[in-house]
Design a binder for this molecule. Structure first.
Ligand SMILES: Cc1ncc(C[n+]2csc(CCOP(=O)(O)OP(=O)(O)O)c2C)c(N)n1
Ligand SMILES: [Mg+2]
Length: 284
């Protein structure tokens, strides 16, 4: 029988009901809809339950350190621009530990797609608050509830010049797949914040909690080129949460601006281990 995007060859480490189960087929269908073959795709992740997604895919993958999905994605894209490069991980990984990498990758505008599995909690390490946890959210560590302000990652990304910003929901696979497809097609960095439940460690932001709040911008005549309107939408949270492409406007990618990156991809150029050894030798 032909495999479907919902098939797994190995047992997953995700809990029954986890939003990750629908993000995976959304990624797979987006890639196949774009006609990409496994060897043309690289997915880099950090550490966390979300970061295990590439374990269940057959393509190039790099599972690195916590917070570090973006640096290897950046390096790989610069040397091998023909690859479709995705950096994906959880909210803790990309907005917390890896927040600095996110900030500067946006400023550089490398042509990669960043998918954040945002369950508003550190799932793998058993339920500590993440940067997107709600104020008042009580955990085993934040016993009195979260006191720190909730991060608004899409607002931050917009202020840094990100040219493609979207939000989706794990309860809607076709929508996630569409967002991922459009994000990959965008030249420059693209960021998708995917809301998803953590059935074990986040009893506040449940599937139902999201489902009853999300609505689609594209069904309301949204203009994704209006930056000021996008600012406002990026901060909308609570009773209503917007999904869709909040903002889309291309500006030159880093790769288009740096002279050494023009012409033949670095990966296809001659490279002399001997010369590198000589350079190292200067320090011995
Ligand atoms: C440098 C470093 N700091 C902390 C950790 C512990 N750690 C592993 S995953 C994780 C957070 C995971 O949360 P998130 O990225 O939201 O992923 P989720 O499990 O919720 O999908 C933390 C704190 C680590 N592995 N390495
Ligand atoms: Mg998380």
């Amino acid at each position: 029988m032909k495999p479907t995007p919902f098939d797994y060859k190995v047992a997953t480490a995700w809990c029954p009901g986890c939003g990750n189960f629908s993000i995976l087929p959304a990624v797979k269908t987006a890639l196949s809809d774009l006609g990409l073959k496994p060897h043309q795709v690289l997915i880099c992740s950090g550490i966390g339950q979300a970061a295990k997604l590439p374990h269940y895919m057959r393509c190039n993958t790099f599972n690195g350190l916590h917070g570090r999905s973006i640096p290897p994605a950046t390096g790989a894209k610069l040397v091998n621009p023909e690859l479709a490069v995705i950096a994906e991980s959880g909210d803790g990984d990309i907005y917390g530990e890896g927040g600095n990498h996110l900030i500067h990758a946006i400023r550089r505008n490398i042509d990669i797609t960043v998918i954040v599995h945002n369950n508003q909690v550190y799932g793998l390490t058993k339920g500590q608050a993440s940067p997107t946890s709600e104020i008042g959210f009580a955990t085993k560590v934040q016993t009195e509830g979260v006191k720190t302000a909730m991060m608004t990652p899409l607002t931050m990304a917009l202020s840094l010049g990100a040219g493609f910003l979207a939000r989706s929901f794990s309860g809607d696979i076709p929508h996630m797949s569409l967002m991922i497809r459009e994000a990959i097609k965008h030249r420059g960095i693209s960021i998708i914040d995917v809301l998803m439940p953590c059935v074990i460690f986040n009893k506040l932001n449940t599937f139902q909690w999201y489902k009853s709040r999300v609505y689609k911008l594209e069904e309301n005549g949204w203009d994704p080129t209006d930056k000021l309107a996008a600012y406002e939408k990026s901060m909308e949270w609570g009773d209503k949460i917007p999904l869709g492409i909040l903002y889309r406007k291309e500006r030159p990618a880093y790769e288009d601006l740096v002279s050494v990156l023009q012409g033949k991809p670095l990966i296809d150029r001659d490279y002399s281990p001997q010369k590198v050894q000589e350079l190292f030798g200067e320090f011995i």
